[in-house]
Write a protein of this length. Structure first.
Length: 694
């Protein structure tokens, strides 16, 4: 086939952009059907105990209320793998906000009034929601992230630390954090005879279908799960959530289409949160700056019903060369909602602690913070001893320093004053692993000269449709506008979720493979194409980290400039700049948005986002956007995202690494380090709100 300019890397505009900005893109709750009902859950008002009685009379008397489901009358479910989905099956209350009833009504308004009228009696027990370093129930789990040992040790880290010439021994705290995607979790379910169709706001509908089949005892072939447009997820939609289970229960109970759209205030209790992390970081170094010992020990919490461990000590296994090291996770089961994934689970809080400690070490050494990272650059992955498939952290640091104007910085803290403002700048490194999952895809050459690519990818706002069309056009050697793409339905070839920054690599690999096979089939074909075209399918295996001879990670460097108001304690970020080494960047426009979005979320983590567990009520006190402050436009300065064009042959046919998460990773530490440089004060607990700064 004649060579055509590659579509890969071009800043192609997102294909669904017009639909989104004109409001014609339909989301999961926006699926009107004749006779559709609306259901609203009732959250538990105790933190631990059991329901002893549900009085539904007043709720059923509300005009428009059709049914109230409780553990007495709700459809029975098979035991799920994920205990958080076992809703309305028994009277136990494992945490405040757990759903104990569901009101189904003609309108959302009637459902809300009905839900408020449900009277629930409880047998409340004492609860414990307070995480401490010394909690007696703390234990070291076997694994973190479902794959890695929770503890790893090399050499004699304590002894080596004790005898190091320069030492930093510091503690950091990151509070619970909440995922608040623009679109709260929602599902609409209905039956067509024996066939169940569900529209849900999910990062991966293949797994939602499998879960519903298991829970409701249905064959997968009778279920279609659609996630056509999804308004963000950040991990909280990476697994099915109770809304989809309740929608299917309610449609089964009533025989009518039902929408469950969770009010934002209900999200923190039922869609996972970033668990709080207590960090102790010890860094021992020689006087030339080279690390002798790295110890990163993390204590976090999980719920009583599900073990999830925020793997915050993981990045210390990747970042710096040191002959002695310990990384350790401890977890405390509490009467709290089940934590789960939130953008860069592990790396985001872990690198806040490690990269803040590296800045403290640079101060102790009298070394430039960029240089202290450069001198500790490893030639192999420190923990595994594997060679890196590619690692250009030093290049990111150097390029970032050049673009940021780092060399003009006076290293002395508190040295730059503008009236009541103290101004400073900081740097931090970032890393995120390369993950690739098995996927399938189909490509079809059509008689009209076009190509149709089908894959159950999910576009959670990232531009997945657009990038996959580029991958296909590149593999087919045709212009981008000849490729049509279908994503977002479990009726399409099965594909993994949009998570772990692995979507594009996983889906793209199978799309690339299907298109390559189709090209071969077309080369062998003579005469006109049959009416339904010529198809080719691919089933790609992905790559498991444990089997690979390579350590594969993306890297980046973050630079921040802040102004701290000495009167009000307010921290304003003036500039953020990130430089990334993440393989081949497949779409310059959507990639930039991903990086900038991650950095914006990191800015929120640094300055405004934080949740607290109310010890008396056993509840998060910041449940909605009035109390949980995500950055507004006025908080976000000009953010620059740049990248180094990295050629890594050990990844996938596109040569790409994931880019969805790394933008958040180094941003909080870069901002915290800038606040220290501005003021001379080292704050070790996020967020850096005015009360802490003053
Ligand atoms: Mo991401 S936290 O893997 O959706």
């Amino acid at each position: 086939m004649a060579s055509v300019p590659t579509a890969l890397g071009a800043p192609a505009e997102r294909r669904e952009g017009l639909e989104k900005v004109t409001g014609t893109a339909r989301y999961a709750a926006e699926q009107p059907r004749p006779g559709r009902l609306h259901a609203r859950p009732v959250p538990a008002a105790i933190a631990r105990g059991r329901v002893t009685g549900v009085d539904t009379a007043a709720a059923l008397a509300v005009p428009g209320v059709r049914a109230v489901l409780t553990h007495d009358n709700a459809p029975r479910l098979a035991e799920p793998d994920d205990p958080t989905l076992s809703v309305l099956q028994n009277p136990q209350v494992p945490h405040r906000g757990w759903f104990v009833a569901l009101v189904v009504a003609d309108t959302p308004e009637a459902a809300r009034v009905g839900a408020a009228a449900v009277r629930i009696a409880y047998d409340a027990q004492d609860h414990d929601v307070t995480l401490t370093d010394t909690h007696p129930d703390a234990y070291v789990p076997e694994e973190v992230g479902g794959e890695y040992p929770a503890r790893a040790e090399h050499g004699e880290p304590e002894e080596a630390f004790g005898s190091s010439a320069v030492r930093v021994d510091v503690a950091y705290r990151v509070p619970p954090l909440h995922n608040h995607p623009m679109e709260p979790h929602a599902s609409t379910a209905h039956w067509d005879g024996e066939r169940l169709t569900v529209h849900t706001s999910s990062q991966g509908s293949t797994v939602v279908r499998a879960t519903l089949a298991e829970l409701f005892g249905l064959p997968e072939e009778r279920i279609t799960v659609v996630a056509e447009h999804v308004g963000g997820g950040f991990g909280s939609k990476g697994t099915p959530r109770p809304d989809v289970v309740l929608a299917v229960m309610a449609t089964r109970h009533t025989g009518r289409p039902v929408t469950v759209a969770l009010p934002r205030r209900m999200l923190p209790a039922v869609v996972g949160h970033r668990a709080p992390t207590l960090h102790r970081v010890r860094l021992g170094a020689q006087s030339d700056g080279r690390l002798t010992s790295v110890l990163h020990e993390v204590t976090t919490h999980t719920s009583r019903i599900k073990e999830f461990v925020e793997q915050a000590a993981m990045p210390a296994r990747v970042m710096y060369a040191a002959p002695h090291s310990r990384t350790l996770h401890r977890v405390v089961p509490l009467d709290v909602p089940s934590p789960s994934w939130m953008r860069a689970p592990g790396e985001a809080p872990g690198m806040y602690a490690l990269e803040s400690a590296m800045d403290e070490l640079a101060g102790e050494l009298g070394l430039d913070p960029v240089e202290v990272r450069v001198v500790n650059e490893p030639d192999r992955e420190p923990d595994s001893g594997k060679p890196f498939s590619s690692r250009h952290l030093v290049e990111c640091l150097r390029e970032g320093a050049r673009r940021f104007g780092w060399s003009a910085r006076d290293p002395r803290p508190g040295s730059r004053r503008e009236g009541p403002l103290l101004v400073g700048s900081g740097v931090a490194a970032a890393t995120y692993p390369v993950q690739v999952s098995p996927s399938t895809a189909e490509a079809r050459a059509l008689p009209d000269g076009g190509f149709l690519v089908r894959v159950n990818a999910t576009d959670i706002g990232t531009g997945a449709r657009t990038v996959l069309a580029q991958v296909a056009a590149d593999a087919l050697g045709v212009p981008l506008d000849r490729v049509r793409i279908e994503v977002g339905s479990s009726d399409l070839p099965a594909a993994p979720l949009a998570g772990g920054s692995s979507g594009t690599a996983s889906w793209g690999w199978s799309v690339h493979e299907a298109c390559t096979r189709l090209t071969e089939a077309l080369a062998a074909h003579t005469g006109p194409l049959p009416g339904d075209g010529i198809p080719a399918r691919a089933d790609t295996a992905g790559t498991a980290d444990a089997d690979s001879p390579w350590a594969r990670h993306a890297f980046g460097a973050h630079f921040a400039e802040v102004a701290v108001d000495t009167v009000t304690g307010e921290v304003r970020v003036r500039r953020l700049l990130g430089v990334y080494a993440a393989g081949h960047i497949l779409n310059a426009r959507t990639a930039r948005s991903q990086f900038v979005g991650g950095m914006t979320m990191g800015l929120g983590m640094a300055l405004t986002e934080g949740s607290t567990m109310d010890a008396a009520f056993g509840d998060f006190t910041e449940a909605d956007l009035a109390a949980y402050h995500v950055p507004a436009h006025a908080d976000v300065p000009e953010i620059e995202a740049h990248w180094i064009d990295e050629h890594d042959p050990h990844l996938n046919p596109m040569g790409s690494k994931g880019i969805g998460e790394i933008g958040i990773v180094g941003t909080p530490a870069a901002i915290g380090n800038a606040v220290h440089h501005a003021t001379g004060a080292r704050l070790r607990e996020l967020p850096l709100t005015p009360d802490r700064v003053l």
